[in-house]
Design a protein around this ligand. Sequence first.
Ligand code: FES
Length: 114
Amino acid sequence: MEHFKNPRNMGELEDADAVGEHGNPVCGDLMYIYIKVKDDKIDDISFQTFGCAAAIATSSMITELAKGKTLDEAMKITRNDVADALDGLPPIKLHCSNLAADALQDAIKKYREK
Ligand code: FES
């Protein structure tokens, strides 16, 4: 609830090096993750999420988990890592944490393709 009420790193990141995107076709929620990379590490990160409270909380948490990590380390962050860092999610909301992990991986993939 804390990460939903006071989300960290929310909003578009100007001059992002890559933008990852992931949506859930069932509920229609959509998430963007913006990254800035320096020396192969995530120097800055932010998100825009159009979705439920759990999706916003997981977005906020994944930005905290990924900041400062190398791209390889960030690529390994799983939806379970995000849910655990939030002290768990209700089972019906576990799928929401997929959005954050998948959007971050998409951002890293796009950065590497550049
Ligand atoms: Fe769609 Fe949570 S209900 S991501």
